[in-house]
Write a protein that binds this ligand. Sequence first.
Ligand code: HEM
Length: 598
Amino acid sequence: MKILGFLPPGIPYVFRTLFSVVLAPLSVLFAVDVLRTRFSVQIPIWVSALLCIVSIPLLFAARVVWKSQQEKQEAKRMGARFAPVMNGNWPGNVDVLLEFVRSSRNDYPGEVQLGWMAHLGTNVMDLRVLWEDILFTTEPEHIKAILATDFQNFIKGDKFKYSMRSVLGTGVFNADGDMWKFHRSMTRPFFSRDRISHFDIFDRHAEDAIARMKERFRSGYAINFQDLASRFTLDSATEFLFGNDVRSLASPLPYPYSAPAAERSNVGLSHAEQFARAFAESQEIIADRSRVGATWPLQEMFKDKTKDPMKVVNGYIEPILREALEKKPSTEERGANGEKMEVEEGETLLDNLVKFTSDPIVLKDEILNILIAGRDTTASTLTFAIYLLAMHPPVLAKLRSEIMELIGPSRRPTYDDIRDMKFLRAVINETLRLFPVVPFNIRESVNSTTLPSSNPTEKPIYVPARTSTSYSVFLMHRRTDLWGPDAAEFDPDRFIDERLKKYLTPHPFIFVPFNAGPRICLGQQFAYNEMSFMLIRLFQSFSSVTLSPSSHPPGTLPPPEWSSAKGRKGIEKFWPKSHLTMYSLGGLWVNMEEAKDA
Ligand code: HEM
């Protein structure tokens, strides 16, 4: 694969496929030749040609039947049953695949999977696309097995890694085994309690962001909160991880769609915005690859679609990298310092990383993965929190009272303040429940295994070796049988009142926005601190939030036909979309009123 790395992905795919296709006719030709030379049996040319043609589907069918027989025997040996299969009408379930791709692009997240599972009366199903098993589950016990109890047996896997490689490289999100351990062990020391409990970085960038917001509101325009939150988290994450912030908050804010064209055209795309757009575009492309499945290279026959956006992304990252490498002490200096390889006081993640490798590819991959982890996740969660608070003014009023009571209108919050703010934590958790930023995820089984059945009288579910196993935290977090009849409602008190003991405490795996097990999010505490800090600072400064639908670019609000749908799809006022992480299509345009008590 590496030798052919310069070719667009479609060409090696076609060659690989052709190779396996021509095996059958070649075998036929060989057999015909043996019959003729050894046994003097003459086969007419037209018969040989016909045999060559039919050998291709026959061999394929034989492989499918053989595999299915093997799996049946193995499932029986393991005392397991097959997951219910979502049967489409077209051979190979091609219609199921097409419906899945269409829905991922145009519908509310998870709608099509919910419909199929309701049809099958199950929370786990096999989509069996192109005769390959693809499991999909929303069962907490399955998610627990995949992430924790059977962790060694569920890896990211080659299929996933190949489709993500042109963007994520071999960074922490796209690595298994030793490479994953290397990235993880490099990154972990930077999230120690000591390092994440100093809030100077958040304070400076939050102050900057709020000043920009006030300025824009005073000029009579709404702001795109998603854009602002992304700049706040990008500047905070780059300063925390790389020592220098990229000053994305310094560039002019975009104007709403409804603003006069003259205002809008005054704001060119800043360097940070070009990076953000290209970054989002490349994530969209790789997410689309994983939706289409193994045949994705066919969509990229003549060009790797990520090539152009990744040029912009790399152009943004390379100067950060160059600077770190220039600062890197030489081998002699390191020798004189007694080869201090452990993390030192004041050292950033990047300073530490360059002590271990000068390989620009490894360094770039690490930086890019950590930027996705550190920017998009907290920016989206803050955006969803602001959206939900705009939709629920009594919840916002309760949150503000907690802020005013414990911290007051202007004091800077401390680590201890944040730890004591029970309602603020509940608001963040409730936001992560309804809108977990990694809504869908996937692993691949190494060996055949089983997943427990929720009904103890039923046999466990059989998972063949090398099966793509996807799970949705997003759909699990909204299940009424796990969270109660009001699961679709935004009600942070469920993380405080008797519902906590009833639902979550006895079943902690029903809430896993940060995943769980050995690959649990490394930045979880950093993220809680950053989001809490920003929300406190925001609601010290502003007393109310309202959505500004007229500011949205056309085509980015939920289509009118959604309003008759059941559940959250029917009430949503923004369009949740997801590539690797979830975001609001077209941003989130809001107005806020400055607090009189600030
Ligand atoms: C609301 C905020 C966040 C959420 C909901 C979140 C969620 C997650 C999830 C679900 C994963 C697992 C992905 C997978 O294995 O497929 C993950 C991994 C990770 N997260 Fe976060 N994250 C957040 C913020 C952050 C921040 C701010 C950082 C760092 C600055 C960070 C660093 C990481 C890293 C390094 C991993 C990779 C762990 C591994 O594969 O071993 N996260 N996060």
